[in-house]
Design a binder for this molecule. Structure first.
Ligand code: PAF
Length: 281
């Protein structure tokens, strides 16, 4: 695995590959990242990964400095799944003094966009820059960040960027808890309790899917009951909704693309998760 740190080095290294899959990351790898890297390698034969804790997507109140950084461990994990190129840009070169940003309106408006102003503009800007530098054929993203996937899909389409996108389902702990770098803030017992979030999501999706098959697809009472259950279990629910994953707008009637999205605080950790309402969609 070649590790490069400057834009010029990355561009030169990219020329050594024909088809290239790309996984942009902020490091602190877990099985979710590794499964994206394996998918990129399998689809394209070569895989590039970027590791950059992007200051543009953190609000001044978010603790950018506290974001876990473990480069040596990350490099070893990436190497173990056959990553060919690791780009670890310098923040000074990549983000200082830029005067251009990419704002994807509409899909960024609600949910995470509403609660984290500027977040998706920071994500879209850095991802656009990384696409321009790495020039991948296919870029891979995890559906755990459903709204991020919608923002990037829209950006690539609106700006006619010459690459394909693949979105991969969330990788979960055996308990069902979605893999996340933030899970390391939980004690082992809290981690098990936190998996109740997934259990309630699955139960809610089942109820909604059954409702559709009985011609009753009105979602609101079901979502209200599920929010109550989560609150009783100690989750500080910020939102629980059924959405169209392309527009990231709430829906009142379920169809085969619909997904449930949730954000909730458990102890001090803010969790987000989402699942399809229908298991095979
Ligand atoms: O999902 C992430 O880790 C980040 O938002 C991304 C896509 C690497 C952009 O900084």
């Amino acid at each position: 695995m070649k590790v490069v740190r400057t834009i010029a080095e990355c561009r030169a290294a990219r020329r050594e590959f024909s088809a290239l899959g790309f996984v942009p990351t902020m490091g602190a790898f877990h099985e979710g990242h590794l499964s994206l890297m394996r998918a990129a390698k399998a689809a394209c034969g070569s895989c590039a990964v970027s590791l950059f804790v992007n200051p543009l997507q953190f609000a001044p109140t978010d603790d950018l400095a506290k974001y876990p950084r473990q480069h040596e461990q990350d490099f070893a994990m990436a190497e173990s799944v056959g990553v060919d190129l690791m780009f670890v840009p310098d923040p000074t070169e990549l983000t200082q003094n830029i005067q251009t940003t990419v704002a994807v309106s509409g899909v960024s408006a609600l949910y995470e966009g509403e609660r984290r102003p500027g977040h998706f503009e920071g994500v879209a800007t850095i991802v656009a820059k990384l696409f321009g530098i790495v020039q991948p054929d296919i870029a891979f993203f995890g559906l755990k960040d459903l709204q991020q996937c919608a923002v990037i899909r829209r950006m690539v389409s609106d700006l006619n960027m010459p690459l394909s996108l693949r979105f991969e389902e969330t990788v979960r702990e055996p308990s069902g808890l979605a893999m996340s770098s933030r899970n390391q803030y939980f004690s082992p017992a809290q981690k098990v309790e936190a998996s109740e979030l997934y259990r309630v999501l699955v139960q809610t999706a089942d109820t909604l899917a059954k409702g559709v098959s009985h011609s009753n697809s009105n979602v609101n009472p079901v979502l209200k009951a599920a929010t109550g259950t989560l609150k009783d279990l100690g989750f500080g629910v910020e939102y629980l909704d059924a959405v169209d994953p392309n527009t990231m707008l709430p829906i009142t009637h379920i169809d085969e693309d619909s997904r449930l999205v949730v954000a909730a605080k458990f102890h001090t950790v803010r969790l987000i998760d989402n699942i399809p309402v229908f298991k095979n969609s």
